[in-house]
Design a protein around this ligand. Structure first.
Ligand code: ADP
Ligand code: ZN
Length: 736
């Protein structure tokens, strides 16, 4: 591809100057001279010298009055890249997100420019076509290859070989004999476009109402937020596909955001069943070459539908017409490194700036979205029951205070009995525990020594598959020792508490005949292996699935009817204001995997607190009760969306310095009756990677421009020096 080729260059000096935003952690733009003969306007993608390097950057503004004294010290723009300019709409989004999240604009810009590094021109691919007489010696392989090429057209060499089921050696042989000729392939042509009429399903009466709403929103084409609120298994995907079909018909692009790429495997297949081809993917695992190619296809409008993780939001779509945020409540949409942004919220911002519709889909909307729908700011489109007459799973609590598992076991007798029955019926069971590894804590029975990370305030997690003790915060790991390093006792180390690996051991002991599989993010080596494991489950080749939240979301496993939540209380006890909401969403999601195809799904919640509102709402299938109490609680405490929050995390190499800085910062917080600054408090995770952490929580009424307040405060406050670091998190999701 010649996108990155030099378009115009000239080293002669000229009087024009442009301000360029470079993709590094800086807020301001830099001025560069425009070489004579180069035409530049805001949005153009350029290569500019930056220190010793050359970086890909974007012209942000014309500089009409450059300081003449600086003029001779300015450097020239290196070249203008042959890619479409970033549209005004996207530049506004970059400015908006940076301003809102207090991130450097260059950091936000970086997310839009992820087209890979300067990779140089793409290798020319060779193609083959039928050119001469049949070969002297005809073999079945050669015959098949000639058949494939009998149309006389140019075919990719490896594609032709693959289609004929022969090795490329067979192709080379026929080229040598003159039967085939090789020619360079023309530049990659756009993949076939999704066909909006390829295979439209029959919709139920209930779905039809929702489909009409989706089509109307797409046809209208202006900014509009719809919450597609449908129970698990109601067909939300099939329904929002109709909005996409409408947008394709109108020649515009759709972006579908997914919380995890783990979910996209089945999704891609479903998409191609509906539209005839797969959509374009965007996520962190793409190879640099694919990334570059996909970026270009998106920018040139050759990718009608893009499915991606949160970073896909910042791509330079040529003509975006719709955004869909699937599982909009998912906390994976929040990025907590670099620019702290929430992709769902920023997607609404992008839709607003671009004046296009957006669909938020969920069975358990976030409280923020739910309130917006209740207040009529978002349109609610409802799918109240499952497709095909399937019932919602029946949910029961198992009170662990009365029905405790045996010592050192985690599956209660009742749950074990139900699993046994399920397997005998040739159905699948899913054991859910949101904990990676074998055991969250290892201690010495003789001296009580507990294995902790040396540089984090955290226990080391036993990972038996890898035979190591691992810190989940910094990645430190060590071999599991044979003797206690503290008292030298032998065989004294015991695992405390369960992780998914330990559950598998227990399940295998209870059901020796059953085929078990553990699914956990740390055991996944590549997207391909994960997709094939998920396929194995979907095809029914596994009896008991044991998984972390990786298995909770989105999947459709036709033979799964029983879900056992091993520790339903796990997420409730961490002091997070969103703990109840998260637990409700996650457990609803995971139990929603049961009974989607045939038979009745059932979910068991092993809990020590069956009277907790979350457990009661789940058991009674009373979502409304949950939202009412949660919304009321938030309103009373002025928590989002009724008030606003931001958190400041101060960290440093030693405790007094970090704490001292946090105190000095609080001391200069501007007084504002609408704003409360709480803290500093030691963070729940007090030390990570040897850094001591303190938190400030800033709380305000709803209408306050918290970003502006923070900016003024931080500009006037003490500056971080040396090892000190200050991170700003507007609308925090994590409180650790
Ligand atoms: P949700 O996302 O709401 O949990 P899905 O979109 O995954 O639900 O739908 C659940 C199952 O029902 C999927 O296998 C889907 O293909 C199927 N389904 C939903 N609606 C239809 C329809 N109108 N025709 C055929 N199959 C449907
Ligand atoms: Zn650590």
């Amino acid at each position: 591809m010649d996108h990155l080729a030099r378009a115009t260059t000239s080293s002669a000096s000229s009087t024009r100057v442009v301000d360029v935003l470079v993709p590094v952690a800086l807020n301001q733009t830099y001025s560069y001279r425009v070489p004579r003969g180069m035409e530049l306007k805001p949005g153009d993608v350029v290569a500019v010298p930056l220190g010793p390097r050359e970086v890909v950057a974007v012209v942000w503004a014309e500089n009409a009055n450059p300081d003449p004294r600086l003029h001779n010290r300015l450097k020239d723009v290196g070249e203008k890249l042959d890619v479409p300019p970033l549209k005004e709409e996207l530049r506004s989004l970059v400015d908006w997100v940076a301003n809102y999240t207090l991130s450097a604009r260059g950091m936000v810009l970086r997310m839009t420019l992820r087209m890979g590094e300067h990779l140089g021109p793409e290798r020319v691919r060779m193609g083959v076509r039928l050119a001469g007489k049949p070969p002297q010696r005809m073999t079945p392989a050669r015959r098949r290859l000639i058949d494939v090429l009998s149309d006389g057209l140019l075919h990719g060499k490896s594609e032709a070989a693959k289609e004929a089921g022969v090795s490329t050696g067979v192709v080379d042989g026929l080229v040598d004999e003159g039967t085939l000729a090789t020619e360079p392939m023309p530049r990659a042509v756009a993949p076939p476009a999704p066909d909006p009429s390829y295979a439209q399903p029959e919709f139920s009466r209930q779905q039809r109402t929702a489909v009409d709403a989706m089509r109307a929103l797409a046809a209208n084409g202006s900014f509009h937020v719809a919450l597609l609120d449908g129970v698990t298994g109601s067909g939300k995907t099939e329904v929002y596909f109709e909005a996409i079909a409408e947008v394709i018909r109108r020649g515009k692009q759709t972006l579908i955001l997914m919380p995890e790429i783990a979910l996209t495997g089945q999704f891609l297949d479903r998409f191609s069943r509906r539209f005839g081809v797969r959509p374009l993917e965007w996520h962190s695992e793409l190879t640099p070459r694919t990334r570059q190619r996909n970026w270009a296809a998106i920018a040139e409008g050759e990718a009608p539908v893009v499915v991606g993780a949160r970073s896909a939001l910042f791509l330079p779509y040529a003509n975006l017409g719709l955004i869909v945020v699937d599982e909009e409540h998912d906390q994976a949409y929040k990025q907590d490194e670099g620019a702290h942004y929430h992709a769902r919220d920023m997607a609404v911002v992008r839709a607003h700036i671009a004046k296009i519709p957006i669909v938020l889909a969920s069975a358990t909307p976030s409280v923020e979205t739910e309130v917006n729908a209740r207040k009529g700011r978002y349109q609610r489109v409802v799918l109240p029951s499952r497709f095909g007459g399937q019932h919602m799973p029946h949910i029961e609590a198992i009170d662990l205070r009365r029905e405790a598992p045996a010592r050192g076991r985690f599956i209660s007798p009742r749950l074990a009995e139900e699993i046994k029955i399920a397997i005998e019926r040739r159905e699948q069971a899913l054991l859910f525990l949101n904990r990676r590894g074998y055991a969250p804590l290892t201690l010495c029975r003789a001296c009580g020594h507990r294995f902790a990370c040396t540089i984090c305030d955290a226990w080391l997690v036993d990972h038996r598959f890898r035979q190591r003790l691992v810190c989940h915060h910094c990645g430190f790991s060590m071999p599991r020792p044979l003797i206690c390093p503290h008292c030298q006792a032998e065989q004294s180390l015991v695992a405390v508490g369960p992780g998914v690996e330990r559950l598998q051991e227990e399940a295998a002991a209870l059901f020796p005949q059953a085929r078990t599989m553990v699914l956990s993010s740390d055991l996944i080596t590549s997207i391909e292996t994960m997709r094939s494991e998920l396929n194995e489950i979907a095809e029914g080749r596994v009896d008991i699935i044991i998984g972390t939240q990786l298995v909770a979301k989105g999947h459709h496993f036709p033979r799964l009817n029983l879900v056992g939540v091993v520790d339903a209380d796990l997420g409730l006890s961490n002091g997070d204001p969103r703990a109840a909401e998260r637990t409700f969403q996650l457990l609803n999601q995971v139990i929603g995997r049961a009974g989607r195809d045939q038979g009745r799904g059932v979910g068991y919640l092993q809990t020590h607190q069956p009277e907790h509102p979350v457990m009661k709402a789940l058991v009674a299938c009373d979502r409304e009760a949950f939202y009412l109490s949660e919304i009321e609680g938030r309103e009373r405490a002025l928590y989002p969306p009724f008030g606003r929050l931001a958190s400041l995390i101060i960290s440093g190499g030693d405790r007094p310095t970090a704490e001292g800085f946090a105190r000095r910062l609080v001391a200069v917080a501007p007084i504002d009756p609408r704003i409360q600054v709480l803290g500093p408090a030691e963070a729940p995770l007090a030390v990570i990677k040897g850094r001591y952490r303190f938190r400030l929580l800033v709380k305000s009424a709803r209408g306050v421009d918290l970003s502006e307040y923070l900016r003024e405060w931080l500009a006037a406050g003490p500056k971080t020096k040396g090892n000190l670091k200050l991170e700003v998190d507007v609308d925090p999701q994590s409180f650790l």
